[in-house]
Ligand binder design. Structure first.
Ligand code: PEP
Ligand code: MG
Length: 576
């Protein structure tokens, strides 16, 4: 029995066998070949190059048709790798000299190339590693006859063990028999962890060496609440965790009696509690847990795990379904937030040194109005069937907000001309997730209809911690005085301008922070569905007066640690 400690990413306990999914690893055996087999191996290699070329050209044509020719040109660099005489000749030469199977020789030459290019100082040349790696893998698949094993192939109930999982991988888990997942890398507010919470799949991330310690078929216990993974537990431990599992179900049920009651303090302050969703199906769980609307619909997942872009009609149908099902409650659609740790296969975003500081969210949408407008038109059209609002992610200041709105106005003009009906007065909000937006919230409040604070990014950007990096996860400090001052400023300026403030980052779902946030005057909590009843319970146990003096006291402490301890103490008094 071995116990590993990682980062608790999604609550719950799961007991099942391990299923390892790779970063695509080619374990290619070295096989001697006879002299007379050399021409055959060379022919085999040339065939693989031709097939790979066809595959890339096919991909290029498809992208050119579905997106544009400019984007398709990205693959020109891949084609150049295929024509690299030096690489091809080195493979053939070594094949003749060493008389080993071509798959092995090619994998060795590829490794050397990647190593050499990774060390080059010139940034342009160094970035070619990505192309070489990508094309190299395509060729290796042809030489080994291996298809890329994805989560789609899993049919038994298992615990996924992976070095890393992309948010789009995680999104496919909802239809699968996946009990839990554990990864070597990742942080608490990475989108992979957020997705796991929404799908109610226990998860532990940032374990560093889970993939080397765990073998396929090992029995695992995943404790997503404590961040522990136990490999091949003894009978006693197994029994203890079975009991824990039961207790946990009991805890979730304990607060369900308040799910349909309003979140009102004992002295009459009404707070709204809404759900965060990534996929339209999640509204079922949102309704079951008493959500008073959807405060954050992360629409980028709609673009994932498909080869083409969703059409306006597909967007429209999805938004219409969510709006109608939640009616009369509101649904806040967050426009496309790609980049950072979320990518789609339809668009190759160039590899960036710091993806979270790079081409992301509203920056991407403003640069690609052709993609942005498809979504905006659908939101506008769907807003007449329900109570839809929209908000832009990663707004840095008033300029970007205005630019996004002028594209929205263009869409309205087009729809008018086409005689299509839409909600003329749809409310438009700004996410406050950059320190620059938090510090200029007074300016934004004059033009935005509402705010939603995205603490995941606000913490990442103001405390300078990559939210996906386990090595800096311990610096994640929602109660840091800098954060609390920003949150207070946002709420105060918004209220002065007469608009409301929601919080949709993970901080809102950490029950211990509820008294503090209520005390600061937060109007809405938007959280994973499963915690809604518990949040309502805590709000109902508070008075506004008491929460306000608690927030005042908390703000007087100089460190996040002390403030968090104060919050822990307070919540223990409320939930015994
Ligand atoms: C946030 O940043 O807090 C947020 C809610 O947006 P996302 O997690 O999708 O970046
Ligand atoms: Mg964000």
């Amino acid at each position: 029995m071995i116990e590993l400690k990682g980062i608790a990413a999604s609550d719950g306990i799961a007991i099942a066998t391990a299923y390892k999914v790779g970063r695509e690893i080619f374990d290619i055996p070295k096989k001697p070949i006879k002299e007379e087999e050399i021409p055959l191996e060379i022919q085999f290699f040339e065939e693989a190059l031709i097939q790979t070329r066809k595959e890339i050209i096919g991909l290029q044509e498809k992208i050119s048709k579905e997106i544009d020719r400019e984007t398709a040109k990205i693959f020109d660099a891949h084609l150049l790798v295929l024509e690299d005489r030096m690489l091809i000749e080195e493979v053939i030469l070594r094949l003749k000299e060493e008389r080993l199977n071509v798959a092995y020789i090619f994998s060795e030459v590829l490794k050397k190339y990647i190593e050499v290019f990774s060390k080059i100082e010139d940034e342009y040349l160094r970035e070619r590693v990505v192309d070489i790696n990508d094309v190299g893998r395509r060729i290796l698949r042809k030489l080994t006859g291996k298809e890329y094993a994805s989560l789609d192939k899993i049919s038994e109930r298992v615990i996924i063990v992976a070095h890393d999982l992309s948010p789009s991988d995680t999104a496919t888990m909802h239809k699968k028999n996946i009990a839990a997942f554990v990864t070597d890398v990742g942080g608490k507010t990475s989108h992979t962890a957020i997705m796991a919470k929404s799908l109610e799949i226990p998860a532990v991330v940032g374990l560093k060496d889970a993939t080397s310690k765990i073998d396929r078929g090992d029995l695992l216990i995943v404790d997503g609440t404590k961040g522990a993974v136990i490999i091949n537990p003894d009978e006693e431990t197994l029994e203890r965790y079975r009991q824990e599992e039961k207790k946990m179900f009991g805890l979730i049920k304990r607060f369900m009696f308040v799910k349909d009651l309003p979140a009102v303090t004992s002295d009459g302050m009404l707070v709204k509690v809404l759900a965060n969703i990534e996929l339209p199906d999640e509204i079922i769980s949102a309704k079951q847990h008493g959500a008073e609307g959807i405060g954050l619909y992360r629409t980028e997942f709609f673009y994932m795990n498909r080869k083409d872009f969703p059409t306006e009609e597909e967007h429209y149908q999805a938004y219409k379904y969510v709006a109608e099902t939640m009616y009369p409650h509101e649904v806040v659609i967050r426009t496309l937030d790609l980049g950072g740790d979320k990518f789609i296969s339809q668009i190759e975003i160039p590899q960036q040194m710091y993806p979270f500081l790079g081409w992301r969210a509203i920056r991407f949408c403003l640069a690609r109005p052709d993609i942005f407008k498809v979504q905006l038109r659908a939101i506008l059209r769907a807003s007449i069937v329900g109570n839809l609002k929209l908000m832009y992610p990663m707004i840095s200041g008033i300029d970007e907000f205005r630019n996004a709105n002028s594209i929205l106005e263009e869409c309205k003009g087009e729809l008018r001309k086409e005689g299509l009906s839409f909600g003329e007065n749809i409310k438009v909000g700004a996410m406050i997730e950059l320190p620059s937006a938090a510090l200029t919230s007074d300016l934004l409040a004059d033009e935005a209809d509402f705010f939603s604070i995205g603490t995941n990014d606000l913490i990442q950007y103001s405390l300078a911690i990559d939210r996906g990096n386990e090595d800096v996860a311990s610096f994640y400090e929602p109660a840091h005085p800098a954060l609390l001052r920003m949150i207070k400023n946002v709420i105060d300026t918004a209220h002065k301008a007469g608009i409301q403030v929601a919080m949709c980052g993970e901080m809102a779902s950490e029950v211990k922070f509820v008294p503090l946030l209520v005390g600061l005057g937060l109007d809405e909590f938007s959280v994973p569905s499963i915690v809604i009843p518990q949040i309502k319970y805590v709000i109902r146990a508070l008075s506004k007066k008491e929460a306000e003096s608690f927030a005042k006291e908390a703000l007087s402490y100089p460190t996040g640690k002390e403030i968090e301890e104060l919050c822990d103490k307070k919540i223990r008094e409320i939930i015994r």
